[in-house]
Design a binder for this molecule. Structure first.
Ligand code: WTA
Length: 674
């Protein structure tokens, strides 16, 4: 980890003016789930871990736990040990008595002419049971892994919940990711199945998705792991909508096969609380993605508690998290948290601006959405293309969320004034794939809002900012540092699948006080973000301190993009940097140098961009590929990404006197900034 840059080295700007506060309305407070400020006393550091019983008590347990936390193998904390439960039962079965005929999922297709599918809890229960019966018939059992590579369709949560019902560990790969990325993840997790779909709608086109399943299968095999079968859902029931042929003996069309399982029911398997519920792969400092492993009991407790108190979800609300289930936000705050609370959760298949920037607001009006959740990138783009659209529609949000990246105060104000119509409270939630649920956010009925700041911590989370020497950076100092969480909480990932050492090194080694200690106080969690805490205790998150680029709230590893570029035979060296972008916050810009004998050309630039899209997926496409004569390097031969980054941001290169080849910087600057 010695190579990891620190908050100070990232040169992040911490000069910012304090924004004025805004307050939740009396109407919001009057109906909120959490209005008792003593929650922060109940969840004080002295009351960890026992305080989290309050969240676990929101679930239905088959067997109550014996021990709230087991710290005997630090930092692999085990929560609610001895307890037994089933995640699917908690999200579906337990609501049937009261909410059988209430909508669980409102599914909105991208084509506006298609009717909305309102799936009741009863219907969800039937479909999950039938698909679980199919999986069981294929020999799937508790502890097996399954890779799910699906777009935003109801078959995605149905597949996840069916796995959860059997105790099968799902690993959902974002639908927009390439087949190759899905295959590598299937191999890493040793998945028995790949669950895919024939096609889906995105930005006005019915995209072939099945072709990616074929690539994934081959890729996994190349990586040494043979998947038993590929399950293919049909986007339109009864009709195969993909130009890619089915492979006989390997591919199973789920919709056909389900005919054999009509009316079949499968008892939810009573699972140990500390058994894994799912893996979610995320990028880190190496080319190998990390399969963050989340538990059943701890994770479910944490997402249920935070959905209730921070998202303020009541069963009668219509809740729309406009994000993709393929990311942690969708797992925690479209599927598991909201459904555990018996909410009605909206799923939208397509792009927010298809066919126009009024689309989200028409959906909100039609379905009576009153809680809305999305990313700053979506807010920026809706504001840019349709600043006056929200006013044209009759919808009223009581609550809105932002997640995934910092939101500029100016963008926040448009969200508040125009989307929220000055009625909705806003929470800016800071958290990560690793953390399962929210870490910092205002608690909506209790705290005032400050645009641009995530707010204080949520109940039971105790952040601390350390400088590089391990000194505490105090609130109000105006200095940034590395934000850590002092205590364990039940949403924290249990480990990295197959890489326990990496889990310890990445998140705990830096500030661990004693590697032999079984006292959790000695093991602060390093989030990997730089942050600054204002006088009032509010945190402002500045960005990653590691080699991760956060594009539109999606984490991309620089090493992954660089290795993709290096698959092009002409490329000798590649360096990717995050460059500021008006809509997406930042975008990757790729610098490459070529092997001798090759010439820069537009065709080559395109070839490199295509290689990144094939290896990883279109979201990782660089905004620009600069083919440069040589990379700026230190005398020890390390590429100076800092220099490239400031050139991409149209700044000057800073001090280059320590470089081995300072003269190259000026020529790159001319190329990039002309
Ligand atoms: C960033 C997404 C500023 C941060 C839930 C973090 C944020 C990374 C915020 C995790 C926020 C997330 N303000 N930055 N409200 N929320 N981030 O794993 O850098 O996809 O480390 O989880 O996104 O991204 P991930």
């Amino acid at each position: 980890m010695a190579d990891t840059p620190t908050a100070a080295q990232t040169g992040l700007d911490v000069l910012w003016r304090e924004e004025d506060y805004l307050y939740p309305s009396a109407k919001f407070i009057g109906q909120a789930n959490l209005t008792d400020p003593t929650i922060f006393d109940r969840f004080s550091l002295d009351h960890i871990p026992e305080a989290f019983r309050e969240y676990a008590d929101l679930l239905s347990w088959d067997r109550y736990w014996d021990k709230t936390i087991d710290t005997s193998d630090p930092p692999f904390w085990k929560w609610f040990v001895g307890g037994k439960l089933n995640a699917c039962y908690n999200c579906v079965d337990r609501h049937l008595d009261k909410y059988r005929n209430k909508t669980a999922i409102h599914f909105v297709s991208e084509p506006e002419g298609e009717a909305v599918r309102h799936i009741t809890y009863q219907e969800l229960w039937v479909q999950v049971n039938e698909f679980a019966a199919l999986l069981k018939d294929m020999g799937l059992k508790a502890g097996d892994r399954v890779t799910i590579h699906l777009p935003m369709v109801p078959e995605l949560p149905i597949s996840m919940l069916a796995c959860a019902r059997l105790g099968v560990i799902h690993s959902v790969v974002f639908g927009g990711f390439s087949g190759k990325a899905a295959g590598e993840r299937a191999a890493d997790s040793q998945s028995r199945l790949i669950i895919s779909m024939d096609s889906y709608w995105r930005a006005g086109k019915l995209l072939d998705h099945k072709e990616k399943a074929d690539i994934a299968y081959v890729e996994s095999e190349k990586a040494g792991h043979k998947v038993d079968a590929v399950l293919v859902w049909q986007r339109y029931n009864g009709k195969y909508s993909s130009p890619t042929a089915l492979v006989s003996g390997r591919d199973v069309v789920v919709n056909d096969k389900l005919e054999q399982f009509r009316g079949k029911r499968v008892k939810p398997v009573s699972m140990p609380a500390e058994a894994p519920l799912f893996l979610m792969y995320t990028s880190g400092t190496t080319g190998r993605p990390k399969g963050m492993q989340h538990s059943i009991g701890g994770y479910m407790s944490y997402v249920t508690g935070t959905s209730k108190y921070i998202q303020d979800i009541h069963p009668e609300d219509v809740y729309w998290c406009m994000a993709d289930i393929g990311w942690i936000t969708g797992h925690s705050y479209i599927v598991y948290g909201p459904l555990s609370l018996g909410a009605s959760s909206v799923m939208y298949e397509g792009a927010p601006t298809t066919p126009d920037a009024g689309r989200p607001w028409r959906i909100a009006e039609e379905l009576g959405v009153n809680i809305f959740h999305t990313s700053p990138t979506a807010v920026r783009s809706l504001r840019k293309v349709g600043p006056d659209e929200p006013a044209k529609y009759h919808f009223h949000f009581k609550h809105m969320t932002t997640v995934g990246e910092p939101i500029e105060p100016e963008v926040w104000r448009w969200y508040y004034d125009v989307v929220g119509k000055r009625e909705a409270v806003i929470v800016d939630t800071w958290w990560q794939t690793e953390t399962g649920g929210f870490l910092c956010s205002t608690t909506p009925a209790l705290h005032k809002m400050k645009p641009g700041s995530a707010g204080p911590a949520v109940a039971g989370i105790h952040p601390i900012i350390y400088d590089d020497d391990g000194n505490v950076v105090p609130a109000g100092s105006g200095r940034a540092g590395n934000i850590c969480i002092q205590n364990p909480w039940p949403g924290l990932a249990q480990t990295i699948w197959g890489q326990p050492e990496r889990f310890v090194e990445t998140y705990f080694a830096r500030y661990c006080k004693d590697r032999n200690s079984t006292d959790w106080h000695d093991w602060p969690y390093l989030a990997g973000d730089a942050a600054v805490q204002a006088e009032d205790g509010y945190y402002r998150i500045l960005g990653r301190i590691d080699d991760v680029i956060n594009v539109a709230g999606h984490r991309l590893g620089t090493k992954e993009i660089e290795s993709a570029a290096l698959t092009v035979k002409e490329v000798a060296e590649a360096a990717v940097v995050p460059a500021k972008d008006e809509i997406k916050g930042v975008m990757p810009e790729l610098y490459v140098s070529l092997h001798p004998g090759y010439e820069a050309s537009e065709a080559l630039q395109k070839k490199i961009i295509d290689a990144v899209a094939t290896e990883l997926g279109p979201i990782a496409k660089p905004r620009h590929v600069w083919i440069v004569p040589d990379m700026p390097k230190t005398r020890s031969g390390k590429i100076m990404r800092r220099v490239l980054r400031s050139l991409s941001d149209r700044g000057d290169a800073g001090d280059v006197t320590t470089l081995a080849n300072p003269e190259v910087v000026e020529s790159i600057r001319k190329q990039v900034q002309s």
